[in-house]
Design a protein around this ligand. Structure first.
Ligand code: NAD
Ligand code: GLY
Length: 369
């Protein structure tokens, strides 16, 4: 089944690219054909997604009828715990064994883990080759596939090794969400809520009204949530590709969240779940600063709960553990922790001006619950 497709542009001068959003797009090889310039392609996916969607994409590529076209695929193990340099090396091994040259195009078919690793491999292979994002989770469709952040985890810090490398295009097939486990859908909703909280108060209200339809995957609602999220992200990335300023706002909730992911072992808390809890913590601190009202905080907590997301971090994690991990965050400069906090619903700032005492109170509150 196909339906009209929507297109957004990430406006980055000569590195601009389209985001295609629609139902049945994994089958529309013509879209890929427009963005493949050489005669070699490698689809990178994982053992969960391969049985669901790999053949569809390979069939489409074969149908492109490019003379001398070489199409390879690589199926990696599934999971955040495999998002490290050794797995990226498996991509390099396969590219070299199959003699892929500088004109090759890598296609990332999967969630954020596959997208981040494939993008990083594309950034480094022969000093940079093209890649295409085909995101299949809600989280990757609304966030990780757009904007060119690629990379892997290090045992001491989440996403600490990486590169900025923009894709040639992003192909979002909303149909692929039908096979996504509900817990993963909730994790993706966390990033949609993030856009509402940092920059789009109307989106936040719309989410409050329509969260059930989204959890039921009602097609028009899902498409609208993806479109509005990608539009917000594309605008912010176009204004600040390398995160010198406004792009940092996209990390709302992430400093707390990354601490949870690193401490709990990659993959035990989903990225979106950790971000959900992190946003609740950032909201709590924003309230303690007198920026948000109690009602604002309640609304945020209600929406997170209605989305199936946790409100606080793991019970066994104490303030001191959060602080240790938060010191390794990429936003730390000269040893000072910087956080994204909310001045109002729909308006965020990057600040180090929150007072250690208040941060301590927020972290203690989370550990006490
Ligand atoms: P994920 O890639 O681990 O996917 C979640 C699970 O769903 C996996 O088991 C996957 O195999 C499975 N899956 C994927 N698509 C499916 C489908 N259609 N049907 C059934 N199962 C499917 O996790 P994610 O939430 O997509 O991404 C999280 C990662 O993204 C984290 O590593 C995070 O750091 C990263 N991220 C990166 C950025 C960025 O800007 N680059 C932004 C946000 C998050
Ligand atoms: N997810 C944060 C960013 O892309 O900047």
């Amino acid at each position: 089944m196909t339906s009209p497709q929507q297109t957004l542009i990430v406006d980055l001068g000569d590195r601009s690219y389209p985001i295609y959003i629609g139902s049945g797009l994994l089958q529309q090889s013509a879209l890929l054909g427009q963005h493949i310039t050489g005669k070699q392609v490698m689809v990178v996916t994982n053992s969960t997604i391969a049985p669901l969607y790999l053949q569809t994409v390979l069939d489409g590529l074969k149908g492109l009828k490019i003379e001398g076209f070489q199409v390879d695929s690589l199926v990696l193990e599934d999971g955040e715990k495999h998002k490290h340099l050794d797995t990226v090396n498996l991509i390099f091994d396969h590219l070299l064994r199959q003699r892929h040259n500088r004109t090759t195009t890598l296609i990332a078919l999967g969630g954020g883990v596959i997208g981040d690793m494939t993008g990083y491999a594309a950034a480094a292979y022969q000093r940079g080759v093209n890649f295409i994002q085909m995101p299949t989770t809600l989280l990757s469709q609304v966030d990780s596939s757009v904007g060119g952040k690629t990379g892997v985890n290090h045992p001491l810090g989440k996403n600490m090794i990486g590169a900025f490398h923009q894709p040639q295009c992003v192909v979002i097939d909303t149909e692929s969400l039908k096979t996504l486990p509900p817990r993963e859908l909730s994790a993706g909703l966390a990033e949609v809520i993030k856009y509402g909280l940092i920059a789009q108060p109307d989106l936040f209200v719309w989410l409050e009204q329509n969260i059930e339809q989204l959890r039921q995957l009602a097609p028009q609602f899902i498409s609208q949530a993806i479109y509005q999220s990608c539009e917000c992200k594309a605008r912010i990335v176009a204004a600040d590709e390398r995160e010198q300023g406004v792009r940092a706002l996209l990390n709302f909730g992430h400093t707390f969240g990354h601490a949870i992911e690193t401490e709990m072992g990659y993959g035990n808390w989903l990225h979106g779940e950790a971000v959900g809890a992190g946003m609740a913590m950032a909201a709590d601190l924003s309230y303690r600063l007198g920026w948000l009202t109690k009602l604002d905080v309640q609304r945020i907590q209600d929406l997170l709960t209605a989305s199936g997301l946790p409100l606080w971090g793991p019970e066994q994690m104490h303030a001191i553990t959060y602080l240790q991990h938060m010191q390794v965050d990429k936003k730390v400069t000269d040893g000072t922790i910087r956080l994204i906090l909310l001045q109002h619903l729909g308006e965020a700032v990057v600040t180090s001006d929150f007072g250690h005492e208040l941060l301590q109170q927020t972290l203690q509150q989370c550990s006490d619950i």
